[in-house]
Design a binder for this molecule. Structure first.
Ligand SMILES: Nc1ncnc2c1ncn2[C@@H]1O[C@H](COP(=O)(O)OP(=O)(O)OP(=O)(O)O)[C@@H](O)[C@H]1O
Length: 294
């Protein structure tokens, strides 16, 4: 059963083409990561799916109907990228306030425990740290026992421990049969949670596949070295030269280093680093062909 669907969804903001003919289906029981660099169109897609924005062209559906119809939004929980919480209300009061909108909310103690917020129940939200506020905003998406949860960069600003608590809560929801669509800039985060990842770049779906398959594609490494002369090296997708150094981009750094050594290439100061998603996209998506199809 498809809970959320975009069909050739396009969204323009004036001259900006934020989403360009995007197709996406999220089925019941899936945990899908939406991965892409800044400005890729992730939030725009989420906003269309929950009815906050309308597509300029194409169609979106939530639970088989129009997302702008409140009846179709009843079973969805959302944490947008930015949330405003009333600063003078205490954490427990905010949870009670949101709970009051649902027929069978998760009991307050259980929800706070799940998101590691129990000790903060009496704190005013205005006095919470950024990370604590973020955790509360994410927890609120789960209050009404939704069937589908959409989380826009849920772990922004969280430290390692808080991020893991939140990941555990998302996993537990999913293990209970819940469906999740979440955005992230980091493949590592998507990898920790999702089996399926949809990569978005410049408003288009670049890949829709398993995390492992996408890792092979966007898992580009930068091998930097100082060398006078380099031969043709297999597996190098892009070469940059800056300040006397050569940067080689490849999805198989181990092989590249082996080739350099066995080829007797003289080099100094070798360094292998993961690249940013942006660089990975530059290296692999010049032709912008989707890498997987479902
Ligand atoms: N309300 C708006 N008015 C004008 N342009 C917008 C608006 N919202 C988004 N955009 C533009 O649409 C494009 C896609 O933005 P969107 O917020 O969907 O990307 P994103 O993938 O969520 O990025 P980020 O990772 O930075 O949150 C960007 O170029 C952005 O500047």
């Amino acid at each position: 059963m498809i809970l959320a669907r975009a069909e050739q969804a396009t969204r323009r903001y004036g001259d900006v083409l934020a989403l360009d003919s995007v197709d996406l289906d999220v089925s019941a029981g899936e945990l899908v990561g939406l991965l892409g660099p800044n400005g890729a169109g992730k939030s725009t897609l989420m906003n269309l799916l929950v009815g906050l924005r309308r597509p300029t062209a194409g169609r979106v559906q939530l639970f088989g109907g129009d997302p702008r119809d409140p009846a179709h939004r009843r079973s969805v929980g959302v944490t947008p990228q930015e949330t405003g919480l009333p600063g003078t209300l205490r954490v427990g009061e905010v949870v009670d306030f949101v709970s009051a909108h649902y027929p069978d909310p998760v009991p307050r103690g259980e929800l706070l425990d799940r998101f590691g917020l129990t000790d903060l129940v009496r704190r005013q939200t205005g006095g919470l740290s950024g990370g604590q506020r973020r955790r509360l905003a994410v927890a609120l998406a789960f209050v009404g026992r939704p069937r589908l949860v959409l989380l826009d960069e849920p772990t922004t600003g969280l430290d390692v421990e808080a991020r893991h608590t939140l990941w555990d809560a998302v996993r537990a929801f999913h293990a209970d049969g819940g469906t999740v669509l979440l955005t992230s800039h980091y493949l590592e985060e998507v990898e920790a949670l999702a089996r399926r990842v949809v990569v978005i770049g410049r408003g288009r779906v670049l890949a829709d596949d398993t995390v492992a398959a996408v890792r092979d594609v966007v898992g580009v490494r930068r091998v930097s070295l100082t060398a006078d002369d380099l031969p043709e090296l297999p597996g190098v997708t892009r070469v940059e030269r800056a300040e006397g150094r050569t940067h080689l981009f490849t999805t198989d750094a181990d092989r590249l280093v082996r080739d350099l050594v066995t080829g007797g290439v003289p080099f100094r100061d070798l360094e292998v680093r993961p690249t940013s998603l942006e660089k990975a996209f530059l290296a692999i998506t010049a032709d912008e062909q989707p890498t997987g199809s479902r």
